[in-house]
Design a protein around this ligand. Sequence first.
Ligand code: CO
Length: 334
Amino acid sequence: MNSLPAPIDIHTHLIPEHIPHFAERFGYGGFVRLEHHCPGCARMMKDDVLFREIEANNWDPAARLHDCDRHGVGVQVLSTVPVMFSYWTPGRDGAAVAEFLNDHLAEVVAGNPTRFEGLGTLPMQDTDLALRELDRFERLGLRGVQIGSNINQRNLDDPAFFPIFEEMARRGLALFVHPWEMMGSDDMKRYWLPWLVGMPAESSRALCSLIFGGVFERLPSLRVAIAHGGGSFPATLGRIQHGFDVRPDLVAIDNAVPPTEYLGTFWVDSLVHDPHALDNLLRLVGEDKIAVGSDYPYPLGEAVPGDLVRSMPWSDAVKAKVLRHNAEQWLYGS
Ligand code: CO
């Protein structure tokens, strides 16, 4: 085990300690603020409603590095908390939020460039402004972009997003797709169902949209990773492929390539919490396309990033790929 590399964790979330009062600045509500009510703890408030209680490791690089050292994590790939995306705002305001978050992210990465990498955010609701913000990524030292599984309930095959994906591919930026704004949330408020049922479905929705909409087909150099092991996609791929086979009139209308052909072209993170599911994922996407993702610092994530991977009955060579090399391929393209 000692010969295994320290993981690159491609799925961790960061929030700035101090968030501007966007509601005041823009003149309407719906934004997240942090109420620091005791040392090292804060309430994430969406207007006056409690969204989540969080601790210092959400914003404090030193606290994060302390955890990384304790858990043997080599690199954290940082991205914002999806609730900060602000896709619902007018584009100009969304661009201002993205600019603030990306500046902060770049600062944290620059503070510890060997331990942190950054995935920025974009005002996806406005293609021109998203492209303009992308223009800053190289200067900011950000390696890629995190986007939601849908953009204001529009799917990722929507033509408005294609120029953004095209530009990411041209610039060699990695794309991380994270589930959020879960479908059916209003109909299943109890038992944490939006997180347990809606999130995996959102990841499948995103993947199916990228495949059937022909985004992967048209942009083979775009390096895409999907959170939570691709959600429900891997477990339902047989059904998805069968649907493509029996009803091409419904499914194959924009892309004639079968969905299973794309296995091995996109990355997934390892966050599935079950060895059989992880083994199946390896069988499906291949040993080059799974990377460690922990969802740090949240409780639905993996407490010690890479633990499940290290416990698998795989060779050390395969584990080394999943712990480190596959993430490098995804982030840097080599
Ligand atoms: Co996450």
